[in-house]
Design a protein around this ligand. Sequence first.
Ligand SMILES: Cc1ncc(COP(=O)(O)O)c(C=O)c1O
Length: 358
Amino acid sequence: MSAVETLLRADLRGFAGYASAAGRGFEPRIRLDANESPWANADAGKGLRCYPEPQPDALLEALARLYGVATDQVLACRGSDEGIDLLLRAACSPGAGAVVVAPPVFGMYAVCARLHGAQVVDVPLRDDDLGFAPDLDAMTRAARDACARLVFLCSPGNPTGDVVAPEAVAALAERLRGEALVVVDEAYAEFAAAPSSIGQLERCPNLVVLRTLSKAHALAGARIGCVLAAPALVAALRRCQAPYPLPVPSVAAALRALTPGALARTRRRAARLAQARERLARQLAARPGVRRVYPSQGNFLLLRLADAQGVLDRLRALGIAVRDVRTMPQLGDALRVTVGTPAQNAALLAALDGEGGA
Ligand SMILES: Cc1ncc(COP(=O)(O)O)c(C=O)c1O
């Protein structure tokens, strides 16, 4: 057993997962082993009659190329949301175990933990003049005290926009080697100037990086994300995954989005969006009633407002949705705004200025 497997559930050692027909080991001429329909459904479209490949080679190769890792370090999943859930299920026995999170942060780490009966240990982000940042020493202590199997970092942080340096991530993973998996969720990494922690994977066997095609690649509807980790961990997560997690049309869309031309367009769009974010941050900060705009490396901005409810009401009346994050710890006066197209950003600013409606 590899060192990283000792961090997974002891009761799943030797667990093989579901043996689907896809494991038949040869390309059949006639498929009578998966109870599929003998007829295609012409009304629904082509290529849907049979179950999909669980982990299509072409997708794994394209994701591995994109992120600069080997194919056996990639688990493709139904959005990075599924990756979070798989990590919980593989690392914590139901009703036991603990995870460390640093709120205010993306809610799915705690939701998956709660659904699985794992304890959620909060180590709040620190908020100072430079913005929010995780307290990595306190997270280490909390992980040890709770014997946590998973420590979640979000970089860039949602909704706070801060980034954690890869060297700091690696130092945390080193400290917790043999004790916990350190998971860095990089859903918004394409919008950040800071480097990814993917480069630390070789050095840190207990490090896991989550990536997604939902944000910069504009494929939220396709539900394709991935877990990047040590091959033994990827194999263990695969055993916890549903038999056929990736719908055929989603895989086809992802492959089209991962061609060199499409990737070049994505990179240009992400760079433009990062510039628009900086412009919008300055414009918002100049508005009366906007108390603080946090520096952000994501495709969103976190604002503190004198009257967040009033702003929400006004925007809503104009059909503009922004995220109310006031129930999150430390954010009682805050809203999160996604950076949109130039026209959408202009509409937001006009609405804040009291224009654009009755
Ligand atoms: C930090 C973070 N991680 C993961 C996700 C989920 O992404 P996906 O669409 O890949 O499931 C989100 C979605 O908003 C997010 O903000």
